[in-house]
Ligand binder design. Structure first.
Ligand SMILES: [Zn+2]
Length: 83
């Protein structure tokens, strides 16, 4: 069974892809805090932007709106984009 993380869209296939290895969770190991809870909108936004800077060579100013554009498509953050 494969599910996509609600917070970043990553496909989760193995138990270790899920937060705390718990396949009943709907977010992945990259979207959890050290205590196993899901990261906040701002934590994920900053984390995603840093990932974009690292992997795509954008500067941070350019990466933040790109991170937001990615998050806009993900169910975990839908409430943050309501008008
Ligand atoms: Zn995730």
């Amino acid at each position: 069974m494969e599910r996509n993380c609600v917070a970043c869209g990553m496909p989760m296939r193995e138990p270790e892809d899920f937060a705390l290895g718990d396949t009943s969770r709907d977010y992945c190991v990259h979207c959890m805090r050290e205590d196993g809870s899901m990261q906040s909108f701002d934590e994920k936004r900053v984390g995603l932007a840093a990932f974009i800077v690292k992997t795509q060579g954008f500067d941070e100013i350019a990466a933040l709106p790109l991170a937001e554009a990615m998050m806009r498509k993900l169910p975990a953050w839908a409430g943050h984009f309501k008008a």
